[in-house]
Design a protein around this ligand. Structure first.
Ligand code: ZN
Length: 234
């Protein structure tokens, strides 16, 4: 079974549409999951919520979803993130806000674990950006693979050293990177394709119209830094 995993769309409709088109061009997937942060930072929150609901079989909650829909953790976001959260909240319908507010923190699907930040304490929004932080997480899930987002950096982290690729017999934390705001100095949208039968993983990068997405951020009156980072990919 082919599973597509998207994360951190961040209200970037151009990146989301390009990603979904790239997925379709590759023959689609048997199931599509989203690791949260559908909203925040970008200009098109309502359209992205609509598209994610149309295309995804399961969605977990991200910290920006909680900030926008529940006004939880708003104060710990960077100031540009707070401005975008307030903008997005105005843009979403009551029904869309309710949907976001009710998203689960984790999902178990097709033998995989899905969570926005970390499986041990999903609501703590821990950033798995180092070996030590990642290693401690393997006790927090039973599946062979746990998909995580949140850092906006694609990564494959195995449960032991000396594992050079995704293969059956090891366990993994896999970050598919960010669709709508990559931070690995590669501005192309990022998503993951996992084959549960072959036990193989591919990280896919997708060029999209970053200029248009950045222009929409500016036109929405959001901080210029949010537009610039789309162009730089960091
Ligand atoms: Zn995010």
């Amino acid at each position: 079974m082919r599973i597509a995993v998207l994360s951190d769309v961040h209200a970037n409709l151009e990146a989301l549409e390009a990603t979904l088109s790239a997925l379709d061009e590759r023959g689609g997937a048997d199931a599509v999951y989203c690791l949260g942060d559908v909203v925040g930072y970008g200009a098109d929150a309502a359209a992205c919520v609509k598209r994610v609901r149309e295309r995804c079989d399961g969605v977990v909650m991200g910290n920006h979803d909680a900030a926008v829909a529940r006004e939880e953790g708003l104060e710990v976001l960077p100031s540009d993130g707070q401005a975008a959260a307030r903008h997005n909240r105005e843009q979403l319908s009551g029904e869309q806000l309710d949907w976001l507010a009710d998203l689960p923190l984790t999902l178990e699907a097709r033998g995989l674990r899905l969570v926005h930040a970390s499986p041990d304490r999903p609501a703590a929004w821990t950033r798995l950006d180092g070996f030590r932080a990642a290693r401690e997480q393997f006790d927090a899930f039973d599946e062979a693979v746990c998909f995580v987002g949140h850092t906006h950096r694609p990564a494959v982290m195995a449960d032991s050293l000396g594992v050079l690729s995704v293969r059956s017999g090891n366990r993994y934390l896999i970050n598919p990177g960010s669709v709508g705001q990559p931070r690995d100095e590669n501005p192309r949208a990022s998503f993951g394709l996992f084959d549960t039968d072959a036990f193989t993983y591919e990280n896919v990068r997708v060029p999209y119209d970053t200029e248009l997405a950045a222009e929409k951020v500016r036109a929405a009156g959001l901080p210029d830094r949010l537009a610039r980072r789309l162009m730089r990919g960091k």
